[in-house]
Design a protein around this ligand. Structure first.
Ligand SMILES: Cc1cc2nc3c(=O)[nH]c(=O)nc-3n(C[C@H](O)[C@H](O)[C@H](O)COP(=O)(O)OP(=O)(O)OC[C@H]3O[C@@H](n4cnc5c(N)ncnc54)[C@H](O)[C@@H]3O)c2cc1C
Length: 262
C-alpha cells in the first residue's frame, strides 16, 4: 500500500526524501513491482521527474540512466552504430526475453536489476558485461556482481542513478525455457572484450544470476559453467540437467561470438 506519493524534480530532493528514517521510503521507477497490492505500507519517491532516462554512448562506454525503460533501451540500441555493434543482438535478445511489450514500456533498467531474481535474462547479460552502477549519495561506483548479493543491505536510502556498460564488448545470450517466452530454466550470457577478456554469467536459478567465468581467454569456460551450476536443482530442473545445459549454452554463445574455447 502506498502511504505517501512524492515526485521531486531534483536529485537532491529525491535523496533527502529517501534518507528519512520514517516512513519507510522507496524509489519508484516503472512501478511494476512496487505497485503490487501485497507490499507493506510505504512512502514512495517517483523518479520520473529527475531526467534519469538517458542513453549516451561516449568513448568506450555506454551510459544508461537508471529510469530508462526496457523498451527505451531496445529502441535506442538500434542507433548505436559501429561502436556498439557487438552488443546489440545479445542485449536485444535478453531484453525481449526479460519482459513482455507492456512491461517493457514501464519497467526501468535499474528497477529490473533491483527486483530481479536468478531467472532474469537482462541481469544475467549485464553481469556478463561487468556493468558498473553509480549509486547516490556519495558517487559510489559498484560492480553489478558486487551489488547483487547485497542489494537489501546496500540500497536502502540510496538510489542507483546510472549504469555503465563497455561499448566495445561483444555479447551473446542463449537460454532454454519451457516455451520461447517463458523465464529461463538456464540462460547464459558471454561477453568478450577486444583485449581477449571473456566473462560468462548464468541465470535461471536462485536469488540472482552467477558469474561463472572471468578470464583472459575462453579456455575452460565450459567446465567453469558446468561447475557453477553443478548443485542448482529445484522444482524447475535437476542439478544434473542445469549443469549440462550451462556448459552447452556457454559453448553456443562462443560459437555465436566466433570464439574457440580450446
Ligand atoms: C504482470 C507482471 C509480471 C511480472 N513478471 C515477472 C517475472 O516473470 N519475473 C520477474 O523477475 N519479474 C516480473 N515482474 C516484475 C517486474 O516486471 C520487474 O522486476 C521490473 O523490471 C521492475 O522494474 P520497475 O522499473 O517497474 O521497478 P519498480 O517496481 O519501480 O521498483 C522495483 C524495486 O526497485 C527499486 N528501485 C527502482 N529504481 C531504483 C533505483 N534507481 N535505485 C534504487 N532502487 C530502485 C524500487 O524501490 C523497488 O524496490 C512482473 C511484473 C508484473 C506487473
Amino acid at each position: 500500500m502506498i502511504l505517501e506519493y512524492n515526485r521531486p524534480v531534483t536529485l537532491e530532493a529525491a535523496l533527502a526524501l529517501l534518507a528519512r528514517p520514517e516512513p519507510v521510503t522507496l524509489p519508484l521507477a516503472g512501478g511494476t513491482t512496487l505497485a503490487s497490492a501485497t507490499r507493506e505500507p510505504v512512502a514512495i519517491v517517483d523518479l520520473q521527474g529527475l531526467g534519469l532516462d538517458t542513453f549516451q554512448a561516449q568513448g568506450n562506454s555506454l551510459y544508461l540512466g537508471a529510469t530508462l525503460t526496457l523498451n527505451g533501451l531496445l529502441d535506442r540500441l538500434h542507433g548505436l552504430g559501429d561502436a556498439g555493434a557487438g552488443l546489440i543482438e545479445g542485449l536485444q535478445k535478453a531484453i525481449t526475453h526479460e519482459a513482455t511489450y507492456n512491461l517493457r514500456m514501464a519497467a526501468s533498467v535499474a528497477g529490473t536489476l533491483v527486483a530481479s531474481g536468478g531467472r532474469s535474462p537482462l541481469t544475467t547479460a549485464l553481469l556478463a558485461l561487468d556493468t558498473a552502477l553509480l549509486i547516490q549519495p556519495g558517487d559510489e561506483q559498484v560492480g553489478l556482481g558486487d551489488l547483487l548479493p547485497r542489494r537489501t543491505e546496500r540500497l536502502p536510502h540510496r538510489l542507483i542513478t546510472r549504469l555503465t556498460l563497455p561499448l566495445s564488448a561483444r555479447l551473446a545470450y542463449e537460454y532454454v525455457a519451457r516455451s520461447p517466452a517463458d523465464r529461463p530454466i538456464v540462460c547464459a550470457a558471454v561477453a568478450i572484450w577486444p583485449s581477449g577478456r571473456v566473462r560468462a554469467a548464468l541465470g535461471g536459478y536462485g536469488a540472482g544470476p552467477r558469474l561463472a567465468f572471468d578470464g583472459t581467454e575462453a579456455n575452460g569456460i565450459g567446465i567453469a559453467a558446468e561447475s557453477a551450476y553443478s548443485h542448482c536443482g529445484d522444482e524447475w530442473a535437476s542439478a544434473d540437467y542445469r549443469r549440462e545445459i550451462a556448459g552447452v549454452l556457454v559453448e553456443r554463445c562462443l560459437q555465436i561470438l566466433d570464439v574457440s574455447s580450446s
